[in-house]
Design a protein around this ligand. Structure first.
Ligand SMILES: Cc1ncc(COP(=O)(O)O)c(C=O)c1O
Length: 462
């Protein structure tokens, strides 16, 4: 740490935090007898806490966000310059960084054409849901309004986003939910037997389950299908062979819009600009948030094809005929200013190439761990977006006990390495260790992470 705050200052910070801050996604009772972790400073792949302890961050800010690493002066400068020129104006008007980032972003997304700005992944997904509903009202007498979502996927924290949530522990106790959201089965091949799936052509089978739901609901009632390209918090689920082509075919057959949630995969995480580009998918809508500006400013985007956009501007004589939506902070200019510089860094430093190469290296190293530790049932992932599913028994694939999975995370933390695990997600299946180092990760960083996990697995599982 640079020592700008004295130890005394920090003890006050800890007390102020304990007295007044309501942290996200964590129980607070333990903070009556121990201190919360306060992250004070970050540089590159590393962060320091209130005790000055250094940690290697293998989860990019905890939730797949800081893709270009900490302490980027050029992003800070771009944001500062923009804030002094113009910090904000409502999104009914344009801004210089808003226009320039939209142009750059769309260059990376052939087939997409329009960018709608807002400020969180949940919000971007809700914008997509609202568009689907409005299209249903404008074109289909309100009938084609249902939105399909998948078991184990997550699309955000608001009530409507939770209504589209396939992680029952996230949603529990927050109902009743918004009507018109319908679940389709997951596509985790490792758990295919639990679904009663055949052993051959699992990908096609899993996609066909979506068609069955559409036929059951009535294709004329289904407006959209919302999916993560690679499921994140539901267990780092890479799609099985043959899945995506069939999903695309089904959407076209029944005139169903394909909404791809790139909140985690977007802007480099899998080694391509977007996760959907790994699988040749042609989406109608794409949402993104976390990696768009690597957490240097709050920004989320919904992009659409020109065909979707056209549906909202075809009759200017009707005063209701446009997307009647606003996001106040979607007009903050810090977001696109940071996003433009973030994108420039990814290009200039070839971070997609590094993500691809280091992702392959890390997957190999995780496979070595799997050979050594019977508790690792499967390793999977794409680019620097990886998971290791822990099982109590490799034959039955019974999930490892959650407290032990968390003990591995805690042991790594003790060693100064921050890893993640699926958490309050799928009941009984919070058993996947999650790894998502920044796209600047080196072989040394990855070796360091693997060593920590190796030691932790040995200590926790013997
Ligand atoms: C796939 C996915 N979609 C949406 C969200 C919600 O994003 P936010 O927390 O910015 O609202 C998340 C958050 O983790 C996510 O993982």
């Amino acid at each position: 740490m640079d020592g700008t705050l004295s130890q005394n200052d920090l003890s006050h910070v800890v007390e102020a935090d304990k007295a007044h801050v309501w942290h996200h996604l964590i129980q607070h009772k333990p903070f009556e007898t121990k201190d919360p972790n306060i992250i004070v400073e970050g540089k590159g792949m590393r962060v320091w806490n209130q005790a000055g302890k250094e940690h290697l961050d293998a989860v990019s800010g905890g939730v797949w966000t800081v893709n270009v690493g900490y302490g980027r002066e050029s992003i800070a400068n771009a944001v500062r310059d923009q804030l002094l020129k113009l910090n904000y104006f409502a999104g009914s008007a344009g801004s210089i960084p808003g226009a320039l980032f939209a142009e750059k972003l769309i260059e990376k997304m052939p087939g997409q054409s329009r960018v709608y700005y807002c400020n969180s992944g949940s919000e971007a997904n809700e914008k997509g849901f609202k568009m689907v509903r409005q299209i249903a009202h404008k074109r289909h007498g309100g009938k084609k309004h249902k939105i399909l979502y998948r078991d184990r996927d997550y699309h955000g924290t608001t009530i409507a986003a939770l209504s589209a949530g396939g992680q029952d522990e996230r949603g529990a106790q927050y109902g009743p939910y918004t009507p018109g959201f319908v679940r389709v089965p997951h596509c985790l091949e490792y758990r295919a037997a639990d679904q009663g799936a055949p052993t051959e052509n699992y990908g096609e089978w899993a996609a066909n389950q979506i068609e069955e739901v559409i036929l059951r609901e009535g294709p004329d009632t289904v407006g959209a299908l919302c999916l993560e390209p690679v499921t994140a918090g539901g267990g780092v689920i890479t799609p099985p062979e043959g899945y995506w082509p069939r999903v695309q075919e089904i959407c076209r057959k029944y005139d169903i819009l394909l909404h791809i949630d790139e909140v985690v995969c977007g802007v480099g995480r899998t080694g391509t600009w977007f996760g959907y580009q790994q699988y040749g998918i042609e989406p109608d809508m794409v949402t993104m948030a976390k990696g768009v500006a690597s957490g240097y400013a709050a920004i989320a985007c919904l992009t659409t094809t020109e065909a979707v956009f056209e549906m909202f501007k075809d009759d200017a004589s009707d005063p209701m005929n446009y997307f009647r939506d606003i996001s106040t902070f979607g007009g903050c200019t810090a977001g696109p200013a940071a996003a433009l510089e973030n994108l420039r860094i990814i290009e200039e430093e070839n971070l997609l190439g590094n993500c691809d190469a280091m992702g392959a290296y890390m997957l190999d190293r995780l496979s070595e761990l799997q050979d050594k530790h019977a508790v690792i049932g499967q390793v999977r992932g794409k680019g620097l977006f990886l998971g290791a599913e822990l099982v109590a028994d490799r034959d039955t694939r019974a999930p490892a006990v959650e407290a032990q999975v968390q003990a591995v995370v805690g042991d790594c933390m003790g060693q100064g390495v921050i890893i993640g695990a699926t958490n309050r997600s799928v009941p009984g299946f919070n058993n996947t260790l999650c790894f998502s180092p920044a796209l600047i990760a080196t072989r040394d960083d990855i070796d360091h992470i693997i060593e920590a996990v190796d030691g932790a697995l040995g200590r926790v599982f013997g």
